[in-house]
Structures are given as structure tokens and as C-alpha cells.
Design a protein around this ligand. Structure first.
Ligand code: F0G
Length: 434
């Protein structure tokens, strides 16, 4: 199979070598994607191979990304892949969350079970594999936290130098700590995510550093396997809906591409609908979606949300994401800070838990149910993108009535669970516990 880089713009579709170090189409400026022209697998044989690899102890077969390597066939050789056994994330039934949203059933695909605690690991193992193939020594990204944690881990594991750029004071502590511990040179810039992305692109070019933001098409290839694994776990029965939070919109692009390819390759028969959920204060994609002509995204200059992972006002992958939402007959919704906080506490009560951005999914489902866009009987999978422990400050704030929205409004601790200080006195504690 020959892999190429292809311009995503329908009116251009220029093709480039898979080893070109480019992040946008040199001809028209469009986004790029990995393409595998004319590949038509034997679907039944592929499903069997993928299932059998689960029983194998070889590192690549144990990876929930590389097990599906035929679906992401951009490498010529698999000799220099670094895997931390990413993927392999569970599908979890959540009756309590289903009831909260008004559904009969709801399943979470929890990407927070990844080695660095977020879905970024699925893409990063691929981005770093490409960096190794290209012979780069340094890799960089701007991040709201999870990408930097993941890149730091994979780059260090591969012997590359990770350089992360983060918005000063605006990322969750768990994520910043990971970047430090995994050995990244960590630069806290006095600017927001969108501004820093422009800066990093200039620096990457000037210093010859390989860029591992989600504009990198190989990261998108890796994130496709979230969907491939989900379908494998569901015995190739697609749900009615797949719901995910939207920030820079790389994941939406990856999910849509995966679904289209799986259908084209004969691995699934129907297309689930994508529902992308944004935080109200950082919802340019929702705005675009609501506009009649869907012409061009108008950036939000000062995005605001406590769900810092999705605090992005000018998402680079919007043209791909828009195409995928339209192709899947999907929708885009936005939710408030209070809705995110309450939904998050409900996911916690399932014994599952997640970080704030991930909880936008449940808040969005509840809203889409109330509006009649989703039916109670529909089969819905929500992707929880990050682990509960990424942002403990937010959790403590919520449960102790201490969470203030970016606009200064105090959030209600609707499902709060305040810790209680007690004396070292068995009688009094026994009386209290009843
Ligand atoms: N959920 C979490 C936990 C994230 O970290 C991100 C993105 C998203 C959702 C949104 O995904 O950008 O593909 O639409 N985090 C990036 C980062 C931007 O730098 O870690 P998206």
C-alpha cells in the first residue's frame, strides 16, 4: 500500500510524499491528511487478524493503536515505534449518567485510561513514530495540557527532546506536572492557546523542530484508532451517536475520517452521527454550525471556560471537522459552565469520573435529549477524553462551593460532596454516621 499526504480541500487535493515535512498544503494552504489510495482490504480477514492480535504478547499487538496498523499504514517499517501500550480503553455502561441525560442506556469510551491519562496518547505514538522516521531530534507543541503531557512522555521514551509551550496560568496542574516529570523543556507563554500556536509554527520552521500539534496528520491517524477499537469492542455494530467535546477539532476530524474509511473498507455498514459539544465561552464551531451558509469560522478572541482543555477560540481543524459533522449528519451543541460541572459530578457518581472537558459530552447529551434531537432509546457512546485526576483543583472547588466561572459568577455545588472535619472521638463519629 502506498501512503501519501493529500490536501483536504476538495478543490485542490494536491498530493505530496508521505515524508514531506509540511503541515499545510504548499499549494493552497489547506489542511493535510494521510491518504491510502485504492486500498480495499478483505474486511472479514482484517477483523479476524485484529481480534487475534489481542492474544499476542508482542508490544505492537498489545497497543490499542498499532494492533490496527493496517488502518493507519503510513509507515514503511514498524521497527522504530515507541509504544506505552496506549489505547485499550474500556467501554463502560453508565446507568446513572444515562438516567441523568434522559437516555435508556449510555456507554462511555474512556480515553482517560491511556498511559498519560488522555486520548492524546493514541495520536502521539504515531506522531513520534513519524518524527523518528524523519530523523528529527526535537519535537514541539502548544497545548492546553494533555497534548504536552503526552508528547513529553512519548518523545522522552523515544529519546527525542520534547519542548512544550503552554498558556501561562491556564492549564490544569496535573497536566503541567506531567510535562515536568517526563522531562519536557516547558515554556509558559503569556498568551492564549491560539496566539501560542502561531508562535510555535514560526519557531518550528526557524529551528527545524518537528511540530506535533493536531494539525500534524499522523496524530490524526492515531486518533482514528479510538473509533476502530470502539467498533471492534462492539463487534462492528456502530452506535446511533458518538458524542465528543470539541476544542481544536482534531479529534472530530479523526473520528469522521475513521468512520468514513471503515465504511469504505467494508468494516461497518452504517455511519453513526457525530455530536460535537463545546463550552459556551469557547464555541466558535457551534457558531459556525448555526450560521446558514457555514462559510468560515469566526474566531473567539478571548475564549473562556474552566474546562481549560477546550479553551480554544480559533480551532485549526475546523474545515475538516465541519466536513465530518456534515457527512455524518451530525450536530454541534454548546453547554454552560454549570452544565459541565454538574454533568462531571454525575459521571463521578457512576464510579467513572473524568476531567471537565470530557463532561461536556454528558451535558450536551442531556441538552440534545431535551431538545428532542436524540431519542431515549438511541444507542449513544460518549467519549471521555481525559482522566479525573488531571484537574483535582476543579473537583475540590466544585464539591466545596468554591468554583467561580470565568465571568465571575459563582457556580452552584448542585451535587456537592463536602469533606467533613471530625474530632478524634469514636462516639461522636458513630453518632454522626448513625
Ligand atoms: N478533551 C480533552 C481532555 C482535551 O485535552 C482536548 C484537547 C479536547 C477534549 C478537545 O480535542 O482539540 O481534538 O477538539 N486538548 C488539546 C491539548 C488542545 O493541547 O491538550 P480537540
Amino acid at each position: 500500500m502506498v501512503a501519501e499526504l493529500a490536501c483536504f480541500e476538495a478543490k485542490c487535493r494536491a498530493r505530496f510524499a508521505i515524508t514531506d515535512v509540511i503541515y499545510n498544503c504548499p499549494r493552497c494552504g489547506g489542511l493535510l491528511e494521510a491518504a491510502y489510495p485504492d486500498w480495499q482490504p478483505d474486511a472479514a480477514a482484517l477483523k479476524k487478524t485484529w481480534r487475534e492480535r489481542r492474544l499476542n504478547n508482542a508490544p505492537l499487538d498489545q497497543s490499542g493503536v498499532w494492533r490496527y496498523r493496517e488502518a493507519i499504514a503510513f509507515l514503511e517499517s514498524h521497527n522504530r515505534i515507541v509504544t506505552l501500550r496506549e489505547g485499550n480503553t474500556p467501554l463502560l455502561e453508565a446507568a446513572h449518567a444515562a438516567a441523568y441525560a434522559g437516555l435508556d442506556r449510555l456507554t462511555f469510551k474512556h480515553q482517560g485510561f491511556n498511559p498519560t491519562g488522555s486520548f492524546k496518547d493514541n495520536g502521539m505514538t504515531c506522531g513520534v513514530a513519524q518524527a523518528l522516521r524523519l530523523g528529527t531530534e526535537r519535537v514541539a507543541c502548544v497545548s492546553t495540557g494533555n497534548t504536552s503531557a503526552s508528547m513529553a512522555a512519548y518523545a522522552s521514551a523515544a529519546g527525542l527532546q520534547p519542548i512544550v509551550f503552554i498558556p501561562h496560568g491556564n492549564i490544569a496542574f496535573g497536566k503541567l506536572s506531567q510535562a515536568l516529570e517526563y522531562g519536557a523543556r516547558t515554556l509558559q507563554v503569556e498568551a492564549n492557546f491560539d496566539q501560542i500556536l502561531a508562535l510555535v509554527r514560526t519557531l518550528a520552521e526557524r529551528l527545524g523542530i518537528y511540530l506535533l500539534n493536531s494539525i500534524n496528520p499522523f496524530r490524526i491517524e492515531g486518533q482514528k484508532t479510538i473509533i476502530v477499537e470502539m467498533m471492534d469492542q462492539r463487534d462492528w455494530n456502530p452506535p446511533d451517536w458518538i458524542v465528543l467535546p470539541g476544542g481544536n477539532l482534531g479529534n472530530t476530524s479523526a473520528f469522521g475520517k475513521a468512520l468514513r474509511e471503515l465504511r469504505q473498507w467494508g468494516l461497518i455498514e452504517k455511519m453513526p452521527r457525530l455530536a460535537v459539544i463545546q463550552a459556551e465561552g469557547a464555541a466558535p464551531f457551534h457558531e459556525l454550525w448555526r450560521s446558514v451558509e457555514h462559510a468560515a469560522l469566526r474566531a473567539v478572541e478571548h475564549p473562556e471556560t474552566l474546562a481549560t482543555a477546550i479553551k480554544i477560540g480559533d480551532p485549526v481543524s475546523w474545515p475538516k471537522a465541519l466536513f465530518e459533522v456534515v457527512s455524518s449528519d451530525g450536530v454541534v451543541e454548546k453547554v454552560s459552565e454549570q452544565e459541565i460541572a454538574d454533568a462531571k459530578a454525575q459521571i463521578g457518581r457512576c464510579g467513572i469520573g473524568c476531567e471537565p472537558a470530557s463532561a461536556a459530552t454528558l451535558a450536551g447529551i442531556r441538552k440534545l435529549r431535551a431538545a428532542g434531537v436524540m431519542d431515549a432509546s438511541q444507542d449513544v457512546v460518549a467519549v471521555l477524553t481525559g482522566n479525573l485526576l488531571k484537574d483535582p483543583d476543579y473537583i475540590y472547588g466544585y464539591h466545596t462551593d468554591g468554583l467561580t466561572a470565568p465571568d465571575g459568577a459563582k457556580l452552584r455545588s448542585t451535587y456537592g460532596n463536602r469533606p467533613v472535619v471530625v474530632p478524634n472521638d469514636a462516639d461522636r463519629i458513630a453518632a454522626m454516621l448513625g
